[in-house]
Design a protein around this ligand. Structure first.
Ligand code: UP5
Ligand code: MG
Length: 198
């Protein structure tokens, strides 16, 4: 696909900040294609003849970041599929939970497509932890337990926040307070998105 015809927004925020929840709202009201890197990795992990199944499983349980080649390829494939379905070869993408490490950010913007800006959902750990433990009662996610959550927070702070700071220094971060109710967070998201998209 041609990067000049495609719009990419990165959606970042800590584990449980509400990225997936708000992306679902945006898909409903604007015609974005939502690609969650975590969802793509979990689907790849479950694909019977995947060569990366075990690796992904171990990384996710420990909250570690899967080697970027795997994730970038999954994202690029999903983007190509979506663009193919559009008669004008266009696509509007929310790339959720990616990039969460500097090497991924540089690689993706260089070899796939630069992002227009980043939606960053800002939420304190206590709030995120409460949400994730609650979701863990029913989610079946291998990383929604106290031990994995602790590791996810550490990786977010040490490895992913520098990515947010990198984009912020370039004036490419739209920051949203993610502590309020989902409806209130969405209201702020819509307002800031429309302001920024013009
Ligand atoms: N909830 C949401 N908003 C709320 C609100 N405003 N008020 C009250 N409750 C709210 O929400 C989480 C929970 O909170 C839900 O129960 C929701 O109802 C409630 P959700 O919208 O799912 O939050 P989200 O930010 O999407 O949380 P998620 O758990 O998906 O975040 P992570 O970033 O941890 O997970 P992800 O799937 O992106 O990644 C998982 C793992 O995959 C990573 O740890 C890593 O190991 C691996 N990975 C990579 O290796 N590379 C990548 O590039 C990406 C992922
Ligand atoms: Mg998510």
């Amino acid at each position: 696909f041609s990067p000049s015809k495609v719009t990419v927004l990165f959606v970042l925020g800590g584990p449980g900040a509400g990225k997936g929840t708000q992306c679902a709202n945006l898909v409903r009201d604007y015609n974005f294609t939502h690609l969650s890197a975590g969802d793509l990795l979990r689907a790849e992990q479950d694909r019977p003849d995947s060569e990366f199944g075990n690796l992904i499983k171990e990384y996710i349980k420990d909250g570690k970041i899967v080697p970027m080649e795997v994730t970038v390829q999954l994202l690029e494939n999903a983007m190509m599929d979506a663009v193919k379905k559009d008669k004008d070869g266009k696509g509007k993408f929310l790339i959720d939970g990616f990039p969460r490490k500097m090497d991924q950010a540089l690689k993706f913007e260089e070899s796939v497509c630069p992002s227009k800006f980043v939606l960053f959902f800002d939420c304190p750990e206590e709030v995120m932890q409460k949400r994730l433990l609650e979701r863990g009662k029913t989610s079946g996610r291998a990383d929604d337990n106290e031990e994995s959550i602790k590791k996810r927070f550490k990786v977010f702070e040490e490895t992913s926040m520098p990515v947010v700071d990198y984009f912020d220094k370039q004036g490419r971060v739209v920051k949203i307070v993610a502590t309020k109710s989902p409806a209130e967070v969405y209201k702020e998201t819509r307002g800031k998105l429309e302001e920024r998209l013009g």
